[in-house]
Design a protein around this ligand. Structure first.
Ligand code: BG6
Length: 503
C-alpha cells in the first residue's frame, strides 16, 4: 500500500466540481489505499452546513461507485465542514484551529493541499490570508491546486500569477488542466517516444498536417453566465488544445521528468507563430450554434439558452490553423476545431502523413470503374469516448487484378467497459499528493498560450459575425471546412460522419 498523508482544504466544497469530480476521485484513491487513515478533508464554502450534513452529501456523491455502507461511512468520517467567508480574516483563524486539530488527530505531519475549486477572482484573497493568518506551516508541505480559468487574458493571468507567487513558489502550484490527466493525452508521449516507427517520421518531411478535434454534443447547459464571458476560444483552446499541440509538437525530452518535459513544451509553444490580427482573421473561424436536430431531438439555439444574451456574439465553436516556426514543423499546419452541440462527443487527433513520392498504382481502376486514389496514411489517437489509436495503411484488395484499398489497424477500448482508466481528477490528485507537477500547466506555458489566444480574441472583438452560423447537431460552420479545403486538405479523410456533416 502506498499511503499518502495530507490534509485537503477544499474552497468551494459545496460546489459542482467538488461533488462531481473531487469527492468521487478521493474515494477512488481511498479504495486503492492511496488514502487510508492519515488523511482528512475540510470542505469550506459560504453555506452553513454541519459535518453530518456534509458527510451525507459526500456519501451521496460516491454512490455510483457502489461502496458498502461501512466503506462509505469510514471514508466520509474523514470529512469536516467549515462555513467560510473568504474575505473575513477571522474565518481563517477558525480554519487554522480546525487544521491544527485534524493535523494532530490524523497525524498528518503538516502536509497540506489547498484546493481552490471556485471563481479565480478569489484566488488572490485566499492565498494572502493563508499567509497572513499563519496557516501555512513549516512542517510537511503546503501545495496549492487551482482550477481554470487562469485569468481572462495575458495581463490578468500575469496579475493573478504575481499574487499567487507572492505566497507559493512555482513548484508548489498545481494548475489543473484536466485533459492532462486523461489516459490518452498521457499516451501521446508513449506513442511518440516509445515507438521508433513514429518518432523517426515525426517531422515536416513525412507529416502533411495534423488535425485536432475536440467535439462536444452537449450545449452550454447551465453555464451560460460563465460561458458568455469565455467562449470556446478561452474555454478550450487557450488551455486544453494548446497543451495538446505542445505535447504533439515538442522535441523529445532528454528524460521523462517534469523539468525536461516542461522545458520542451514551452519551447514548442514559443515556436507557434504569433499572427498579426489580419492573419488571425484569415486563419481562425468562429461559430455559434443555432436551432437544430440530432437523432430526432430538437435543440434550441445558443442565444435562447439560460443566462445568454439574445444578441450574444460569444462563439461556441472555433476552428483554426496554428503554424509552428521551427526546423521540425515548418510548413506543417496544425488544424484545430472544438465546439458545443456538434454531431457527437469525441476527442481525437489525426496525424496525416505525406503521400508516397510517386503513386505507381495511379492507373488502377476500382470496382466502380474509377481510378483509385491512394489515401494518405493516418495515425489517429482517440482520446475519448473510446481510447486507443489506429493506423490507416494501404493494402491490396484480395482477388483478381490489382486494386489498392485502405486497411485500418485499430487498437481501441472503451474506458467504461474495461474500467481500468483512472478518472483524470484521480490521477491529478494523486500527482499533487506526490508533488509531481508533470501533468499540470506551468506558468510559462499559460503565459505563452494567452499571448497566442489574445491576438485572435482582439481581432475578433473588432469584427462581428452573423451568428448563429451552424445548426446544432452538425459539425460546425462551412468556414471550418473551407479552412482546410483551401489548403488542399480535409477534416478526416475517412468517410465518417464527422466529415459529411457540414453546418
Ligand atoms: C471544460 C470546459 O474545461 O472541459 C467545458 O470548461 C467542457 O466547457 C469540458 O465541456 C470538456 O471536458 P471533457 O472532459 O468532458 O471532454
Amino acid at each position: 500500500m502506498n499511503e499518502k498523508i495530507a490534509l485537503f482544504t477544499i474552497f468551494g466544497g459545496t460546489g459542482d466540481l467538488a461533488k462531481r469530480k473531487l469527492y468521487p476521485s478521493l474515494f477512488r484513491l481511498y479504495r486503492k489505499g492511496n488514502l487510508a487513515e492519515h488523511f482528512a478533508v475540510i470542505g469550506t464554502a459560504r453555506r452553513d452546513w454541519s459535518d453530518d450534513h456534509y458527510r451525507e452529501i459526500v456519501r451521496d456523491t460516491i454512490k455510483d461507485l457502489n461502496p458498502t455502507a461501512e466503506e462509505a461511512e469510514a471514508f466520509s468520517s474523514h470529512f469536516y465542514y467549515q462555513s467560510h467567508n473568504v474575505n473575513d480574516s477571522e474565518h481563517y483563524d477558525t480554519l487554522k484551529k480546525l487544521s491544527d486539530t485534524l493535523n494532530d488527530k490524523y497525524e498528518l505531519g503538516g502536509n497540506h493541499i489547498y484546493y481552490l475549486a471556485m471563481a479565480p477572482q478569489f484566488f488572490g484573497t485566499i492565498v494572502q490570508h493563508l499567509k497572513s493568518q499563519g496557516i501555512l506551516t513549516d512542517n510537511g508541505f503546503d501545495r496549492l491546486v487551482i482550477e481554470k480559468p487562469f485569468g481572462s487574458d495575458y495581463d490578468s493571468a500575469y496579475q493573478l500569477n504575481e499574487e499567487i507567487r507572492a505566497v507559493f513558489p512555482e513548484k508548489d502550484i498545481f494548475r489543473i488542466d484536466h485533459y492532462l490527466g486523461k489516459e490518452m493525452i498521457q499516451n501521446i508521449s508513449a506513442i511518440r517516444f516509445a515507438n521508433n516507427i513514429f518518432e523517426s517520421q515525426w517531422n515536416n518531411r513525412y507529416i502533411d498536417n495534423v488535425q485536432i478535434t475536440f467535439a462536444e454534443s452537449l450545449g452550454v447547459e447551465d453555464r451560460g453566465g460563465y460561458y458568455e464571458h469565455s467562449g470556446a476560444l478561452k474555454d478550450m483552446v487557450q488551455n486544453h488544445i494548446l497543451q495538446v499541440v505542445a505535447l504533439l509538437a515538442m522535441e523529445p525530452p532528454v528524460a521523462f521528468s517534469e523539468a525536461e518535459i516542461r522545458a520542451e513544451k514551452v519551447k514548442a509553444l514559443q515556436a507557434i507563430r504569433l499572427y498579426s490580427e489580419k492573419e488571425a482573421l484569415e486563419n481562425f473561424v468562429r461559430g455559434q450554434y443555432g436551432q437544430g436536430k440530432l437523432d430526432d431531438q430538437e435543440f434550441i439555439r445558443y442565444r435562447d439558452e439560460p443566462n445568454v444574451d439574445e444578441h450574444s456574439q460569444t462563439e461556441t465553436f472555433v476552428a483554426g490553423k496554428f503554424l509552428i516556426d521551427n526546423f521540425r514543423w515548418s510548413g506543417v499546419p496544425f488544424y484545430i476545431r472544438t465546439g458545443k452541440r456538434l454531431t457527437e462527443k469525441g476527442t481525437r487527433i489525426n496525424i496525416v502523413f505525406k503521400q508516397v513520392p510517386v503513386n505507381v498504382f495511379k492507373d488502377d481502376i476500382d470496382k466502380c470503374g474509377e481510378k483509385t486514389d491512394l489515401p494518405p496514411n493516418v495515425l489517429t489517437i482517440y482520446i475519448q469516448p473510446t481510447e486507443g489509436f489506429s493506423m490507416t495503411l494501404n493494402g491490396k484488395e484480395i482477388g483478381q487484378g490489382f486494386t489498392t484499398t485502405p486497411v485500418k489497424l485499430d487498437y481501441r477500448h472503451s474506458a467504461e467497459t474495461t474500467g481500468n482508466s483512472p478518472e483524470a481528477y484521480e490521477k491529478l490528485l494523486l500527482d499533487s499528493l506526490n508533488g509531481d507537477g508533470t501533468n499540470f500547466s506551468h506558468w510559462d506555458e499559460v503565459a505563452q498560450s494567452w499571448r497566442i489566444v489574445d491576438i485572435i480574441r482582439h481581432a475578433w472583438d473588432k469584427t462581428s459575425v452573423d451568428f448563429p452560423n451552424y445548426a446544432a447537431g452538425s459539425m460546425g460552420p462551412d468556414a471550418a471546412f473551407d479552412l482546410l479545403e483551401q489548403d488542399g486538405f480535409s477534416w478526416d479523410w475517412q468517410p465518417d460522419v464527422w466529415y459529411r456533416e457540414r453546418g
